[in-house]
Design a protein around this ligand. Structure first.
Ligand code: GLU
Length: 447
């Protein structure tokens, strides 16, 4: 229950941003956690910290015209929401997907503020993207789209201003075209303006693996706090993009058995454990469908086109696909099947009711803003390498990532404890992420 001042602030935010259900969902969840902070820190309310935090510092919406392979002119919409720069330059990915709209970018940008704060690194929060879907487009079309997108975006970003990266639909290919156009327009080799770059031109080792690795490390830490580990655990994973692939890789490295992967056409279950090389070949190289995995793998694998991947029994669940992919009935099924830990590799993949079911059942639940922070944390490490014109080894970078994930886990756990909710990682992540940003905003006065 929110007190009346917090409720009034929340009502104001919701009324001011109509028709943005994902943004409302993300804001509500944070407000629910912050009731305990508000009691101890009335000064935050006096300085309208929450009202200011929920209002992006700047929102840019622009036309992205491009010419397809048949010579037709196409028009998409581009977004960059520069949400909060209290802790550093705006930082966050670009999502290219048909369903993208302002509300989705705002939910992602809002989450990013707290996530980036939790990394302990000097990065603010932002997010961007377009309703353009690279799937099914030729390389030439993707290039022309990216060049047009950057032609507008370049005037708003910079290594000290705003540093985009990838998200769904934006991988190394797209970052390459975007960086090339930025370099051409500005006549500067400003490597720190984008992260997720190729290894030959300013990218960081481990960045590609970082989000997925981090989500599994977070699961390992949560299990460690309960005296157990990922080793020998059946792990159910959704998605088959960058996050899912490397979450599976880390599960395997830790001795667990990842048995599923999915895409929008269905899921595969492989009782012998996912063959990662085959999955990478199909998804990273050929950009194919998940059903091909079962066709080529045979054995004890099969493709399921209808039904939910969450019906598959497992000890650990790693939702790594997209927002609101794991519903109430899925959470009930997972609990019924004995799940003990859920770590969100994607942003907000579990609905609020699903999260409640996990909480009531005593399942260790790692919210995305903590569990998937490894990606953006390693982006910040890429920025450090760019600033010092250096390139670190894989082992050193992975060590830094692992340390950061452990620190986030400890921070969430200790903060939850401090506020009388032991084991509540949602509360811990929201409060710990918020406090740092709020204190910086207090220091800066009303801006
Ligand atoms: N898109 C990723 C996220 O949701 C990474 C952002 C980044 O590296 O800037 O955190």
């Amino acid at each position: 229950m929110l007190d009346s001042t917090l409720q009034a602030t929340l009502d104001g935010v919701l009324a001011r941003n109509p028709g943005e259900p994902e943004f409302h969902q993300a804001v509500r969840e944070v407000f629910d956690s912050l009731a305990v902070v508000q009691e101890r820190h009335p000064e935050y309310h006096d300085m309208a910290i929450l009202t200011r935090l929920c209002e992006p510092e700047r929102q840019i919406i622009f036309r992205v015209p491009w010419v397809d392979d048949r010579g037709n002119v196409q028009v998409n919409r581009g977004f960059r929401v520069e949400f909060n720069s209290a802790l550093g330059p705006y930082k966050g990915g670009l999502r290219f997907r048909e369903s993208v709209n302002l509300g989705i970018i705002k939910f992602l940008g809002f989450e990013q503020i707290f996530k980036n704060s939790l990394t302990g690194l000097p990065i603010g929060g932002g997010k961007g993207g377009s309703d353009f879907d690279p799937a099914g487009k030729s390389d030439g079309e993707v290039m022309r789209f990216c060049q047009s997108f950057m032609t507008e975006l370049h005037r708003h970003i910079g290594e000290h201003t705003d540093v985009p990266a990838g998200d769904i639909g934006v991988g190394a290919r797209e970052i390459g075209y975007l960086f090339g156009q930025y370099k051409r327009l500005t006549n500067r080799y400003e490597a720190g303006v984008l992260t997720g770059k190729g290894l030959d031109w300013g990218g960081s080792l481990v960045r590609k693996e970082a989000t997925g690795y981090g989500a599994t490390i977070f699961a390992q830490e949560m299990l460690g706090a309960r005296g157990t580990s990922v080793e020998g655990r059946r792990t159910v994973v959704s998605g088959s993009g960058n996050v899912a692939i490397y979450a599976i890789e880390k599960v395997q490295q830790l001795g667990g058995i990842a048995i599923t992967a999915s895409d929008s056409s269905g899921y595969v279950i492989d009782e012998d454990g996912i063959d990662l090389e085959l999955l990478k070949q199909i998804k990273e190289v050929e950009r194919g469908r998940i059903s091909e995995y079962a066709e080529r793998r045979g054995g004890r694998s099969r493709f399921v086109s209808d039904g939910s991947v969450w019906n598959v029994p497992g000890d650990v669940a790693l939702p790594c696909a997209t927002q609101n992919e794991l519903h109430e009935r899925d959470a009930k099924k997972l609990v019924e099947n004995g799940v003990i830990a859920v770590s969100e590799g994607a942003n907000m993949p579990c609905t609020p009711t699903a999260v409640e079911i996990f909480r009531d059942a005593g399942v260790a639940f790692g919210p995305g803003k903590a569990a998937n922070a490894g990606g953006v944390a390693t982006s910040a490490l890429e920025m450090q390498q760019n600033a010092s014109r250096d390139a670190w080894t894989f082992d050193y970078t992975e060590e830094r990532l692992t340390d950061i994930m452990r620190q986030i886990h400890t921070n969430c756990l200790e903060t939850a404890e401090e506020f009388g909710r032991p084991g509540d990682y949602v509360l811990g992540a929201n409060v710990a992420g918020f406090r740092k940003v709020a204190d910086a905003m207090m220091a800066f006065g009303v801006i």
